[in-house]
Design a protein around this ligand. Sequence first.
Ligand code: ATP
Ligand code: MG
Length: 317
Amino acid sequence: MAAAIQTEQLSKTYSVGFPVRKKVLALQGLDLKVEEGEIYGLLGPNGAGKSTTIKLTLNLIRPTSGSVKVFGLDPSEPKARAQIGFLPENPAPYEYLTGVEFVTLAAQLVGVPSGELKSRVSEVVEKVGMGTAAALQIRRYSKGMIQRISLAQALVGRPKLLILDEPTSGLDVLGRQLIRDVIVEERKKGTAVLFCSHIIPDVEALCDRVALVIGGKNIRTGTVSSLIESDSNQVELVIDGAVAALDEKLRPHVKQLDRLSERVVVRCEESATNTVLKVLLEANARVVKLQRTKFTLEELFIKAVKESGQAVGSSMS
Ligand SMILES: Nc1ncnc2c1ncn2[C@@H]1O[C@H](COP(=O)(O)OP(=O)(O)OP(=O)(O)O)[C@@H](O)[C@H]1O
Ligand SMILES: [Mg+2]
């Protein structure tokens, strides 16, 4: 069975500036595979190429090289796009339509049969918590309400692939929870979800797999736990009743040392564990805890961004 999204060596270069054209290497050989029925997170700093990947998947722009397929089809084929529900980064629905009119228009465009229009529209409007507010013109909406009605628009065609670009931006806590619930419910139905976000706890809580994209390249891919574990090569030791003189002996071998009165917590590379233990045993110190440290996804993200030396944007030439 074809993957919901598969990209191979996907690259996109934008040309900017006049008269001297500079090239922005937004994507540089990105390989991704989003399987049917999984929640896939795209995580990356500002300008990493996340929205560019989404636009290529939707055929809003064409690749410079490489390919992207949606359920095995080129996204230029209407059949491919008809299976996608999309919530853009900055939704801009028609302001003079009411919420209901806007979602109805989206439903008609995606081919919902006329007999089902009313029930389908009210189903998704209720789902995003817009109830009575859906009768108002969109120009009267708050940012969060625009986000919600745009999500309803994405869901109304019962897509097999849901693409959400920063879905929780501008939402209150209830709105964020609602988005999470909708994503989980969609996955239960077998919908694949490509979910792009800066809010790491949301990614951590929801995604089956995550791709870390930096500077237009896929730096790491895996389940959240495998990503965290693959990077946990440090060990934490807790020592009780250690005398202050011990600190100087430990410092050359550890990365971090925190003294909390008589209790000392040290972090060292896994390879230095035996050396640190030797120093402690020779000093008759009492080791009360020794464990491998787990990175959080946030720590991993910060570390990967620092290592890449590319905090914001992509390379130019
Ligand atoms: N239309 C465009 N013309 C020129 N450069 C562009 C264009 N769109 C995006 N870029 C550049 O491509 C790179 C990737 O942008 P993109 O919008 O894909 O990033 P992103 O990962 O979605 O970032 P953010 O998290 O801020 O939304 C950036 O360096 C951006 O400046
Ligand atoms: Mg973006």
